[in-house]
Design a protein around this ligand. Structure first.
Ligand code: HEC
Ligand code: HEC
Length: 234
């Protein structure tokens, strides 16, 4: 009986040992998760500050309107676009013809990751994505797109079909809101140059055609497979 009791006791100790061991693992995992959440919050805060200092001049974000406009057309409204991570990294690293390169070739890894993480979290809050668009509207939109936009813009896993002086933004990487697509079509890009980087479609497309193409772009953008790597900016 004594031996049996000793066995039971040993078993009880072993089980208790196991139990406390796994709860120690749980605690360690929870502590790691808390530390990671704190580090994430610090990166987001740093990204927010860097954005306010370097980018708010040109870009609207979180409803905060850009503060200056260094050229005649507007820089993308970052509330109105949802972006793929590798595209955000590309832009922050490379800049653009009118944007300039801000942090250079990852000159400061900490700042680079902070701003990318902040943008992944903060951008696109105004992009409404209604997945149930009527098929005939989407078909009409695709036709308008193929005839008027495909030369300069990639979409649905395809690259731009033409050779524009500067390629339009690749809709495999960016999902703009319908409102924003219509605003851009009305305004064009670089309207003072001849020919402009993107012409205004005001008067060239009917309101119905604009609505159809905007619906198509918002529905299809960013959903396709990864497009070819973005072309380097000359
Ligand atoms: C001088 C104005 C200016 C400043 C400052 C600026 N940008 Fe831009 N940004 C632009 C323009 C214009 C574009 C469109 C591409 C181009 O023409 O260069 C753009 C494009 C982008 C895009 C792609 C958006 C899209 O819809 O395709 C991202 C992301 C971006 N900028 C992030 C940033 C960040 C982050 C900063 C600050 C570190 C910044 N920009 C500073 C003008 C600016
Ligand atoms: C001649 C070439 C060209 C044509 C044609 C063209 N675009 Fe563009 N588009 C551009 C360029 C260039 C930009 C700005 C790229 C940049 O700033 O990096 C642009 C920007 C845009 C943007 C802003 C994207 C963003 O993320 O900020 C939208 C939306 C857009 N175009 C929609 C259209 C639609 C819809 C059509 C067809 C009705 C069209 N474009 C036709 C060249 C063109």
């Amino acid at each position: 009986v004594r031996r049996a009791m000793a066995c039971v006791l040993l078993l009880a100790f072993a089980l208790a040992g196991c139990g406390s061991g796994s709860s120690r693992d749980d605690e360690r995992a929870a502590a790691r998760a808390r530390a990671e959440a704190r580090a994430h919050a610090r990166r987001i805060e740093l990204g927010r500050q860097l954005f306010a200092k370097n980018c708010t001049i040109c870009h609207t974000l979180n409803g905060r309107h850009y503060t200056e406009r260094p050229f005649e057309w507007e820089a993308p409204n970052l509330d109105q676009v949802r972006l793929k991570r590798r595209y955000v990294e590309f832009r922050v690293e490379t800049g653009g013809p009118a944007m300039g390169a801000y942090f250079g070739p990852r000159s400061s890894e900490g700042k680079f990751h902070a701003i990318v993480e902040y943008l992944m979290e903060a951008t696109g809050s105004r992009v409404v994505d209604d997945g149930n668009q009527p098929q005939d509207l989407l078909d009409q939109g695709r036709q308008v797109f193929d005839q008027n936009c495909a030369a300069c813009h990639g979409i649905a896993g395809k690259a731009a079909t033409g050779r524009p002086t500067y390629p339009g933004i690749d809709f495999n990487l960016v999902k703009p809101s319908e409102r924003y697509v219509i605003a851009r079509m009305m305004a064009g890009v670089l309207p003072e140059e001849n020919p402009p980087l993107m012409p205004s479609f005001k008067g060239r497309l009917s309101a119905a055609e604009m609505r159809a193409v905007a619906t198509y772009v918002t529905a299809v953008a960013k959903e396709g497979p990864e497009a070819p790597e973005p072309k380097p900016v000359e």
